[in-house]
Design a protein around this ligand. Structure first.
Ligand code: SF4
Length: 283
């Protein structure tokens, strides 16, 4: 059994353009990513966890459903989309208690006709395809920045293999559900040599791709020519998406010049506001 904590509130405003509210119903994350994980840095900074070993032992928010039931009557007409999750992973591998709570939260939100945007480095339970229970408007995403499983072992040691993530997402796509890919934080070649078109081909079934650069990583900042590298790769993503009828979004700061829309939504003022307590990027 996972350790439990209690919180005073659950739903909060996210500050990102694709989901106006967010839920983080777990503290910590057993996927233990080493980019490093920005959520872990923030929790350490505010004294909620001691170190990496503390971070990879997740604690469940025991009163999450109770809080959701209390907050929904007041907020349900204001909320358009809820993102799960910014500071943890809703389908951590080998954590059935996490998956069970996440499914109950999605079901509860869908009962109020609130759409969920879900993002994981784990594996989606096939029962999400039951649209009578979970609704058909949710969007399910995986983070996929490589197909190199050795790189995954070093960077995302306890997350699902890339192959299993793609397989579980493809299953939901084949059941008619909307799927998306967070290709972020995309690594520079001094971390892993890889072929972006090959990765894009593997996930060409997705409805949307979000591409963003790697931040907060010493080795990546040492890569000479990273601005050109990210511009070229952002262009590859854009061209691939246009050719294949896939929606796309290039994250703020990835290109040499951001689009006006990205600048408006993810510009300095917004970044600072989100850094006040929430992540600047979905992870
Ligand atoms: S899956 Fe996300 S929250 Fe979990 S450790 Fe990795 S980056 Fe952090």
């Amino acid at each position: 059994m996972l350790p439990k904590i209690k919180r005073k509130s659950l739903l909060y405003k996210s500050g990102v353009e694709y989901a106006d509210y967010c839920i983080n119903h777990i503290e910590g994350c057993s996927h233990g990513c080493k980019f490093p994980c920005y959520a872990m840095i923030m929790k350490k900074r505010c004294g909620r966890i001691k170190d990496y070993n503390d971070w990879i032992k997740p604690k469940l928010v025991a009163n999450a459903l109770e809080l959701l039931n209390d907050e929904l009557p007041r907020l349900k007409d204001k909320i358009k989309v809820v993102h799960l999750c910014f500071t943890t992973d809703p389908f951590m591998c080998k954590q059935p208690e996490v998956a069970s709570l996440t499914l109950k939260i999605i079901e509860r939100l869908n009962q109020e006709n609130i759409k969920c945007m879900v993002l994981t480095k784990g594996i989606y339970p096939t029962r999400l395809a039951d649209v009578k229970k979970y609704g058909e408007n949710n969007e399910y995403g995986i983070t996929l920045i490589s197909l190199n499983e050795n790189f995954k072992k070093g960077m995302e040691p306890y997350a699902a293999s890339y192959a299993k993530r793609v397989k579980s997402l493809r299953f939901l796509h084949e059941k008619g559900l909307k799927t998306w890919i967070s290709m972020e934080p995309y690594p520079t070649p001094n971390l892993v040599e890889q072929n972006l078109p090959e990765i894009l081909q593997e996930i060409s079934f997705a409805d949307r791709i979000i591409f963003g650069k790697l931040n907060y990583n010493v080795k990546s900042t040492q890569f000479v020519g990273s601005r050109d590298f990210y511009q070229e790769h952002a262009d590859m993503v854009k061209n691939f998406c246009k050719d294949n009828g896939i929606e796309y979004h290039i994250k703020y700061g990835t290109q040499k010049k951001d689009s006006k829309r990205t600048e408006k939504n993810f510009g300095k003022e917004n970044q600072i506001r989100r850094l006040g307590g929430i992540l600047p990027v979905p992870i």
